[in-house]
Ligand binder design. Structure first.
Ligand code: ATP
Ligand code: MG
Ligand code: MG
Ligand code: MG
Length: 436
C-alpha cells in the first residue's frame, strides 16, 4: 500500500472523549470512526487488524472441530418467546418492527436461532456431538457504551454452540473450547486467565470468563500468581483424547481465579499470601455449559441409542473479536502509538523513504516494496522525515524499514523493531527475510 494513495488517515490531536489508551490510539491511528454512540465504522487499517484477529479465532475453532456457518443479524421475536428470553432480556435488546408489523430484533446472541436450525435437521444421537459457530455482528443497547470498541453497541463476536448426547459429552466439548480459547489468545500474544464466572442471562451452571489483565479493565479480579508463569504447549494436548482435555482443564482450574461476582473469600484465604494477586481485567471470552435449557424449552429432542427421545446437552462459547482489537492495543502500546504483535499486525512493515526524489532512495524503496509483494505500507509521501517516523510509530507496524540517502547509496536499509526500538543496518535481502 502506497501511503500517497492510501486512505490511512491519522489525527494529530488526541480526541477528548477517549478515556483509555487503546481508544485514543484507535481514533488517532485511524482504525475506527464512531458513527453513532457505540457504533463504529472500521477504516482500512482497523479492518486489517480485525480480520487477522478473526482469522486466528477461526483457525482455532476449526482445529477444535467446530464448523463455521453464518446466521443473520436480524431474528424473529417468536424464537425468543419459545425460550422465554424475549421479555427477560430487557433493554439491551434492540427491538424492531418490519413493514408487516412483525416483531424482530437485532441479535445480541444466537442460542435460540442455532437450536431452531439444528432441530430442523438433526434426527438421532448419531447427529451428535456437533459444534457450530459463526463470526457475526451483534447488537446490545448498552446503557453506557464506552472505551471505543471495547464496549460498543454493535460489535463482532465469535459464538459457538455445542450439542452433545449427555453431560459427559458436553463437558468434553466445554474443555475442548477451553483449550481452543487458550491457544487463540496465546497466538495473539495475550495472557488470558480463565476465571469462574456468573452465567447471567445465558443461564446454566458451569461458566468461565477469559480475562486479560489490564489496569483499565472493567472487572475486578482475584487470581493465583501461578497463572503468571503458567507453562503449557498446545501440542501436548489432543482434541480427540478426553483424558488430554481433562488434564488441560485440571491445569487451568486447579489454581484460584475469580472475578468479583464469583469471588469466594473463604477459598481466597487458602491461597498463600505471597501468591495472591488482585487487579483488573478485560473480558475477552466467555464459555457456558447450560445443559438442556434451550433444547428442552424449544422442543429439540433426538432419538437416543435406546430409541427414546433425548434433549441434547448444550453449551455456548463467545469471543469478543472487535473487543480484542482494543484489548491487544491496551496490552501493546507506548506514548508514541501502537506496537502490534506480529500475528495480528495490519501490515508487517512500513517502508520510510526519507528523501523522495533521490534516485537511490526511490529505487531501493521500490525494490524493497516489490520484494515484499506489496505487503507493506510504503510511505512515499512528500513529507518531512519527522512526520513519517511519527505516523509509523503511531500506526505501530512491527518493522520500520528506513531508507535514507547515505544508506541507499550502499544498498543498506535501517531496520527498526517497533516493539523494542532496536535498530540495525541490513541489506535489502536481510530486511525482507526479517520482515517476512
Ligand atoms: P460484558 O460483561 O463486558 O458486558 P458480557 O458478559 O455481557 O460482556 P457475553 O454475553 O459473555 O458478554 O458475550 C461474549 C463476549 O462478547 C464477551 O466475553 C465480550 O468479549 C464480548 N462482548 C460482550 N459485550 C460487548 C460489547 N458491548 N462490546 C464489545 N464486545 C462485547
Ligand atoms: Mg454485557
Ligand atoms: Mg460479562
Ligand atoms: Mg460474559
Amino acid at each position: 500500500m502506497r501511503l500517497s494513495r492510501a486512505f490511512l488517515p491519522t489525527l494529530k490531536e488526541t480526541p477528548a472523549e477517549a478515556q483509555i489508551a487503546s481508544h485514543r490510539l484507535m481514533l488517532r491511528a485511524g482504525l475506527v470512526r464512531q458513527t453513532s454512540a457505540g457504533i463504529y465504522a472500521w477504516l482500512p487499517l482497523g479492518l486489517r487488524a480485525l480480520r487477522r484477529i478473526e482469522q486466528i479465532v477461526r483457525e482455532e475453532q476449526d482445529r477444535a472441530g467446530a464448523q463455521e456457518m453464518l446466521m443473520p443479524t436480524i431474528q424473529p421475536a417468536e424464537l425468543w418467546r419459545e425460550s422465554g428470553r424475549y421479555d427477560d432480556y430487557g433493554k439491551e435488546m434492540l427491538r424492531i418492527r418490519d413493514r408487516h408489523d412483525r416483531e424482530m430484533l437485532y441479535g445480541p446472541t444466537n442460542e435460540e436461532m442455532v437450536t431452531d436450525i439444528f432441530k430442523a435437521y438433526a434426527r438421532s444421537y448419531r447427529d451428535l456431538p456437533r459444534i457450530l459457530y459463526h463470526i457475526q455482528w451483534k447488537f446490545r443497547d448498552e446503557v453506557r457504551p464506552r472505551f471505543g470498541v471495547m464496549r460498543g453497541r454493535e460489535f463482532l463476536m465469535k459464538d459457538a454452540y455445542s450439542f452433545d448426547l449427555d453431560k459427559e459429552g458436553a463437558i468434553r466439548s466445554y474443555r475442548a473450547m477451553m483449550l481452543a480459547y487458550m491457544r487463540t489468545f496465546q497466538r495473539m500474544g495475550l495472557k488470558a486467565v480463565p476465571m469462574a464466572a456468573e452465567t447471567g442471562p445465558i443461564g446454566g451452571d458451569l461458566s468461565h470468563e477469559f480475562i486479560i489483565l489490564a489496569e483499565t479493565g472493567e472487572s475486578a479480579v482475584f487470581y493465583d500468581a501461578g497463572f503468571e508463569t503458567l507453562d503449557w504447549e498446545h501440542s501436548d494436548y489432543d482434541y480427540d483424547d478426553p483424558e488430554d482435555l481433562a488434564r488441560f482443564a485440571a491445569l487451568l482450574t486447579s489454581m484460584y481465579a475469580a472475578t468479583d461476582e464469583k469471588h469466594d473469600p473463604a477459598a481466597w484465604e487458602k491461597v498463600p499470601t505471597e501468591r495472591r494477586r488482585e487487579g483488573r481485567g478485560i473480558e475477552v471470552g466467555h464459555i457456558f455449559y447450560f445443559g438442556t435449557k434451550y433444547s428442552a424449552a424449544m422442543g429439540l429432542a433426538l432419538a437416543g441409542p435406546d430409541g427414546r427421545p433425548v434433549a441434547p446437552e448444550m453449551g455456548s462459547y463467545g469471543i469478543g473479536v472487535s473487543r480484542l482489537v482494543g484489548a491487544i492495543i491496551e496490552a501493546n502500546h507506548d506514548e508514541a502509538g501502537i506496537k502490534w504483535p506480529d500475528p495480528v499486525a495490519p501490515w508487517p512493515a512500513a517502508i520510510l523513504n526519507l528523501k523522495r526524489g533521490d534516485a537511490a532512495c526511490d529505487a531501493l524503496c521500490e525494490r524493497l516494496y516489490a520484494a515484499l509483494g506489496g505487503e507493506a505500507v510504503y510511505d512515499d509521501r512528500d513529507e518531512r522525515a519527522g512526520v513519517k517516523f511519527a505516523d509509523a510509530d503511531l500506526m505501530g507496524f512491527p518493522w520500520q524499514a528506513i531508507v535514507g540517502p547515505r544508506g541507499a547509496a550502499s544498498g543498506r536499509v535501517e531496520l527498526k523493531r517497533r516493539a523494542t526500538g532496536e535498530r540495525q543496518e541490513v541489506s535489502l535481502e536481510d530486511a525482507v527475510a526479517k520482515i517476512r
